[in-house]
Design a protein around this ligand. Structure first.
Ligand code: ZN
Length: 227
């Protein structure tokens, strides 16, 4: 069954259409229940941007999982390809229409943030079992309404910690723009500077009376879905 598993910070394992996808696998974060060396059977590693708390342990995972490919914005995908010594496993694209990868559609979408390598992005992963939008690190932007309108994500993974990204106030507004069936908060509690809490996010979404369910995952927890 399709699922999302949370590893703390912005790191998720997504399993759809028989593919195991690691998104922003910073598994050396203090809240992660697993180590990068324990991760096997990976098909794709998807990265939103070049900050180290998002590239995370991608290089180690790709070195250990020889069939796995990295998908990211062009410059970042190439950089990681060079780090693993195999650029043929780097699928670099850019913001625009989705890339067709292993039977999935993966679209890079705008994120309002910074990045030392390439531009920062969010990512939409479309499969026959559902569409997941991982917003990466971002402030709020009206572009999210377009992501909602075009891709109709079933699940939106949204940063809520504040300081570097949206906090619960902006993230609740983002839910209003995106209109997903399910919203899952991320990028909180890893470091003291991230003050936003999932409880406040949930409360603020519920106050808006939207048709979106907030699901809070503790690191190591899995959310199974069928839409
Ligand atoms: Zn960042």
């Amino acid at each position: 069954m399709a699922y999302l598993k949370y590893y703390g910070h912005s790191a998720f394992e997504l399993y759809v259409d028989g593919k195991k996808i690691l998104i922003d696998p910073f598994l050396s974060n203090p809240l992660s229940p697993v180590k990068a060396s324990e991760i096997t059977g990976v098909d794709l590693v998807v990265l939103t941007h070049g900050h180290m708390d998002h590239i995370g342990d991608a290089v180690e995972i790709l070195k250990n999982n020889k069939n796995a490919k990295v998908v990211a914005i062009f410059e970042l995908a190439n950089y990681v390809g060079e780090q693993i010594g195999d650029t043929s496993r780097a699928i670099g694209g850019n913001m625009g229409g989705p890339m067709k990868v292993d039977g999935l559609e993966i679209a890079l979408v705008p994120a309002v943030h910074s990045s030392p390598i390439g531009a920062p992005t969010g990512v939409v992963i479309r499969s026959s079992e559902g569409t997941v939008y991982h917003a990466g690190d971002t402030g709020i932007t009206m572009d999210m309404a377009l992501v909602g309108e075009i891709y109709k994500p079933d699940i939106a993974l949204l940063p809520i910690g504040g300081h570097f990204t949206m906090d619960p106030v902006e993230a609740a507004k983002a839910v209003e723009l995106i209109k997903p069936k399910v919203a899952i908060p991320m990028h909180y509690k890893t470091f003291p500077v991230l003050y936003g809490t999932p409880e406040e996010f949930k409360k603020r979404v519920e106050e808006k009376g939207l048709d979106t369910k907030v699901v809070i995952l503790n690191p190591g927890e899995k959310y199974e879905f069928k839409f």
